[in-house]
Design a protein. Structure first.
Length: 161
């Protein structure tokens, strides 16, 4: 898949709207997800390399959940399980907000082959990560939303930590 995929256009418009910069450029060597790199608190897409639109949303999730003080200099995704779960949950909420199919986000070639299981978990309300988003003040778990005065996940109070 590439830049001309309809999901990519919707994702790029959404990321622009919420303030996550995306530019096109050459990615030297291998990146963790093909064709996409986190650079200076934003994302770089290499138009010469195919990528899955859902991966773009997932990497944006890493940018979104990064501490705001660290975001401008973020150039690689940290090896932090909590942030990984938060990024996955964020990407699901974003996909729902912009109308991207869950199976496009959690595609068969991603998540170490566990994309289908993640899609099923999130679609049933049992996906990992919403407690981290609540901790960051971005949303609330459904059973705590009224008490905290925040929208119930997957709706978000704010898209950037």
């Amino acid at each position: 898949m590439a830049l001309d995929h309809p999901d990519t256009a919707r994702i790029l418009a959404f990321l622009d709207e919420i303030g996550i910069p995306v530019s096109r450029g050459r990615i030297e060597g291998d990146s963790f997800l093909p064709g996409i790199e986190v650079r200076s608190g934003g994302l770089v897409l290499d138009p010469a390399r195919p990528f899955h639109p859902g991966d773009l949303l997932h990497e944006a999730g890493h940018v979104a959940v990064t501490d705001p003080a660290d975001r401008p200099t973020l150039c690689e995704v940290r090896d932090d399980p909590g942030e990984e779960m938060a990024a996955i949950a964020w990407s699901y909420a974003a996909a729902r907000a912009i109308g991207i199919d869950t199976r496009a986000l959690f595609h068969a070639h991603g998540y170490l082959g566990g994309g289908e299981a993640l899609a099923a978990a999130f679609d049933s309300g049992a996906g990992p990560g919403p407690p981290m988003l609540q901790y960051f003040g971005m949303t609330a778990e459904p059973h705590q939303a009224a008490q905290l005065g925040l929208p119930a996940y997957p709706r978000m109070a704010r898209w950037l930590r």
